[in-house]
Write a protein that binds this ligand. Sequence first.
Ligand SMILES: Cc1ncc(C[n+]2csc(CCOP(=O)(O)OP(=O)(O)O)c2C)c(N)n1
Ligand SMILES: [Mg+2]
Length: 326
Amino acid sequence: MTGERRERRAQLATPLGPFERMAEIRAVEEHIQLLFNEGHVRGSTHLSNGQEAVAVGVAAAARLTDVVTCTYRGHGQALALGLTAKEVIGEIVGRTVGCAGGLGGSMHLVGPDVGLWPTFAIVGAGLPVAVGAALASQVNRSGRAAIAVFGDGAANIGAFHESLNLAAIWQLPVVFVCENNLYGEYTRIQLSTPVSDLADRAAGYAIPGLVVDGQDVAAVTAAVSEALERARADGGPTLLEMKTYRYSGHSKSDPGSYRPAGELDQWLRRDPITIEAGRLIDGGTATAEQLAAVSSRIAAEVRRAAADALAAPQPAVAEMLIHVHG
Ligand SMILES: Cc1ncc(C[n+]2csc(CCOP(=O)(O)OP(=O)(O)O)c2C)c(N)n1
Ligand SMILES: [Mg+2]
């Protein structure tokens, strides 16, 4: 399992790697939508279609030994870091082949061997944990950095401010990656947040804060790499605001009808997979036909992974309390 995950992570450094992984994330999310509609997903699930460049850019920039904390909207991040489609889909449909043995579900993906600490369902909860990991690294001089990925809504949670403050005062090796997708549940950011750029909040903690084009995987990779380099050189934390958009509603029971007409279409015109495809074609790395063939191969692999996951057994009832401590 670890070997395959590491191999998948290394693929991000190949010329087609980021395109392929974003295409895989898109295919997995679309498949999860189908599985949800067919009743295979218990509870809710939060898709990340449209935000693939952030997940892949973070994973491409991070070392295998770095720690990443992220949210319930974490399917893409898990796949980007190296988990397989079967492990992610298997977890979401509650099968033993899932990355947490089918016991966690959509909001609790995990893969510590590639840096994915268990994902958080509580808004903002991953930030202090990443700060703790960064403190451990500073004390142990391990060279490990931490990355907290969270949403724009989380930037209004107390834990965000406490985490930035503590990380700044102790100059901890942590990068705060805010996925600003314009909505926290059903509320548009202007109705909840008085600043237009969340990156501006970095100034309150005397740390660097940058706005990044979250639709461009190369821009995300470059910004996260630079922040990680600073963190590892005892330069302290950075706040990166990724401007992005989720194509789906907040969760699977939300059609997203509160969004203004035309907004989704406008973002679809800056689709991260299309932007990366354009770069590969313009640079002569691949032709449009080759990329189309790659996408259909990946879609077929994802369909197979989903079928394998569904064919796997569900965990036994007796396993339910194995990982519960009280
Ligand atoms: C502490 C806490 N408050 C409220 C919720 C309910 N809730 C779940 S997701 C969400 C919206 C968070 O929005 P954002 O941080 O922008 O992330 P996104 O869902 O857009 O990725 C809320 C309020 C929660 N899970 N935890
Ligand atoms: Mg949001």
